[in-house]
Design a protein around this ligand. Structure first.
Ligand code: NAG
Ligand code: NAG
Ligand code: NAG
Ligand code: NAG
Ligand code: NAG
Ligand code: NAG
Ligand code: NAG
Length: 346
């Protein structure tokens, strides 16, 4: 009995500790506001590239939850940020009609996440009536700016923007490139560049540049093709991963996703893998990248990544430094949510 109750309290204790201090009175979510801290307290900027990624042995860390209709089919493609010493995830969830909404989860170790019961972001506008998908989050001057895909009967696939200060209440500002027929996957550098604008790289065939002075209104230079497919594993397309990270020497490390066009070498046709490029928005604002790794750092290797809603997909949208390591969060076969870690460079 003694050992049993000891075991019970041992099991319950971490849960209680993990959840209770974070409860806000309103809704059971972390009380995030303009004063919330961002980033790891001992953050150390990287050099390009960040190597030695290891998949977490207990992946997936999140999956469908039958108990909640909105996330009862699939859970994947998250964005992440370290806020108030927690990793906070905003992830894509699909219900049984495959409509996507966004859920919130938080963790004090980066692996074991507590989920909020309700979606924090869901279709309300005509340009997203078939789903709100694939979030990417930055924070500037205390405001969160989230790009996401609005999918609708009227407008197809459009890159959209929304802002918030607490991750619960959102202002939707609509499609960011309304005149473009098909747009998605916008990753923004979270600092104003010397040309006086914020830079974003978007697209899911090649990467295109768009610029903005307020992060809401975006324009494209006429010569906006920023980067094209070069390498064997990315011949079909390249697409932004997480928002780029500034390197220790003042350039930016951009994690991105690429798709193989045919089965050859180590890649199968339509395989999504994650690579890295080094970009320099000061010297080469219109591209191309200064360098890219010739081979991906993460590929769909596990059974959950090889077979699922869409086979052979490892799709990264989140990369944070937390408690002495880098954590990359990704979708697995558009079905599950996994994580990999890498050491912080000395
Ligand atoms: C943020 O901190 C300032 C200064 O301490 C305080 O006046 C303000 O009420 C705080 N805001 C929130 C939302 O907690
Ligand atoms: C990566 O791993 C290799 C082999 O284990 C090791 O030699 C190298 O120092 C590691 N690099 C980093 C940046 O940790
Ligand atoms: C899925 O979510 C959408 C949007 O919230 C909703 O309109 C639809 O009824 C849901 N489908 C099911 C089966 O619950
Ligand atoms: C996550 O929690 C489980 C169960 O409490 C534990 O076994 C596991 O070690 C934890 N994972 C990490 C990375 O701490
Ligand atoms: C959202 O819109 C309201 C009303 O226009 C405004 O007061 C608020 O500051 C906005 N919040 C954000 C985070 O943009
Ligand atoms: C953030 O604040 C800086 C400094 O005041 C300002 O230059 C910049 O325009 C602000 N960015 C946004 C998106 O409001
Ligand atoms: C792209 O256009 C800008 C603005 O017109 C110009 O300054 C720049 O030189 C052009 N870059 C290339 C590579 O053509």
């Amino acid at each position: 009995m003694l050992s049993q109750s000891f075991l019970l309290s041992f099991l319950l204790c971490p849960l209680v500790l993990a959840v209770n201090p974070l409860l806000s009175e309103k809704a059971g979510t972390p009380p995030i506001n303009r004063n919330s801290t961002q980033g790891d307290s001992s953050y150390r900027a990287p050099y390009f590239p960040i190597l030695n990624w290891t998949q977490y042995e207990n992946n997936p860390i999140l999956g469908a939850n039958q108990a909640r209709g909105w996330e009862s089919s699939y859970v994947y493609n998250p964005t992440a940020m370290v806020i108030d010493d927690m990793v906070v995830l905003i992830y894509r969830a699909q219900n049984s009609s495959l409509i996507s909404t966004l859920g919130l989860a938080w963790s004090t170790d980066g692996y074991n996440f507590t989920r909020y019961t309700d979606p924090i972001f869901y279709p309300t506008e005509s340009y997203e009536n078939r789903g709100t998908e694939d979030p990417r989050l930055i924070r500037v001057n205390g405001t969160f700016y989230m790009t996401y895909t609005g999918y609708s009967d009227s407008d197809g696939v459009k890159l959209c923007m929304a802002t918030s200060v607490d991750l619960l209440n959102w202002n939707k500002t609509g499609p960011v490139l309304p005149d473009i027929e098909h747009s998605k996957s916008g990753a923004i550098l979270d600092e104003i560049q010397p040309d006086g604008t914020y830079h974003m790289h978007w697209g899911d065939d090649q990467l295109y540049l768009a610029t903005s002075i307020d992060l809401i209104h975006w324009t494209m230079p006429t010569n906006n093709t920023y980067a094209t497919s070069i390498l064997e594993w990315e011949q079909a397309l390249i697409e932004s991963g997480p928002p780029p990270v500034k390197t220790r020497d003042g350039k930016w490390l951009k994690v991105y996703n690429g798709v193989a066009s045919q089965t050859q070498g180590n890649y199968v046709k339509q395989q999504y893998s994650t690579g890295q490029m080094l970009i320099d928005p000061i010297t080469f604002p219109y591209g191309p990248p200064v360098a890219r790794l010739e081979t991906p750092v993460l590929t769909p290797d596990t059974a959950d990544e090889k077979q699922g809603q869409v086979n052979n997909v490892l799709f990264s949208e989140a990369c944070v430094q937390f408690k002495g390591q880098w954590l990359m969060y990704f979708g697995e076969a558009d079905t599950y949510l996994g994580v990999a870690s890498a050491p912080v460079q000395p």
